[in-house]
Design a binder for this molecule. Sequence first.
Ligand SMILES: [Zn+2]
Ligand SMILES: [Zn+2]
Length: 347
Amino acid sequence: MSTNVFAYAAPAAHAPLERTTIPRRTVGEHDVLIEIAYAGICHSDIHQARDGWGEGIFPMVPGHEIAGVVTETGPGVTRHKVGDRVGVGCFVDSCRACDYCRQGLEQYCVQGMTGTYNALDRNGEPTYGGYSTHIVVDENYTVRIPDGLALDVAAPLLCAGVTLYSPLVHWKAGPGKNVAIVGLGGLGHMGVKIAHALGAEVTVLSQSLRKQEDGLRLGADHFHATSDPETFEKLAGTFDLIVSTVSAPLDLGAYLSLLKTDGAMVNVGAPEEPVSLNLFSVIGGRKTLAGSMIGSIAETQDMLDFCAEHGLGADIELIRADQINEAYERVLKSDVRYRFVIDAATI
Ligand SMILES: [Zn+2]
Ligand SMILES: [Zn+2]
């Protein structure tokens, strides 16, 4: 049993997204039905809709930055009631039994988390994401959006926000720590806001100085252009933590030289091609080169509570659903400040 709802889908790889209908399952024992208010456009939506990572399931309804309101609850639901403001991020299920699921690190589930879209759920049915009017999700894979956060600026926090919050907290960004954020896009702008609110001294490392004014307004203390070789001389040995949000290939050795002894460089963006590295870059100075993937449900809730407490939302450009394809082109040109959010009322 299912209900059809309106959505924007890519009918095939590389095909423009168009309005269509998709099935949503009947609300089960522990499910909530969410009327979607806003859905953010994440760079990975474009990768997947255009099949950049292969194995896409079409038709595909992207969207894993979902904010909305609960309109129906299953009989066993205890976390939410009708009218609650809720969010859904990058995954809607996991095995719930492995060590990582039991520790609340569902994003690292050994069986693999179930993606909010472009995945098969545990019954083998395709999942469809947030570019849609409604979604049915197990209550254990939803989070509460605090009253202080508007739903439109909260939506991008469900992926971009937690993707930066998780490594910043894990590697202890805070007072007395010198933190660099590489790249000032959808992810990077949240990194600057969150690192600043955590009390760290924040530096943006961006290709050029084009976004300097924005960076400082968002909470950065310093802003440097990585296209200027002097930047790497001036900042050698400066940072406790570098979080890279870029997916273009980087000269990792050059960035690692900016770390203090025992510093860490964490990648949340990745180029499609493997990278090479002279390991002396990490041996000298006992440095860590690491990665981090989104965040758990509990961390996502902590992040939303933190953002509400500090008055942080994403900087967004609100669009109608019929502007999605145009927005994709602009994201690819880095022409967005800093996240497109779809008004689901226009779907
Ligand atoms: Zn995302
Ligand atoms: Zn698991």
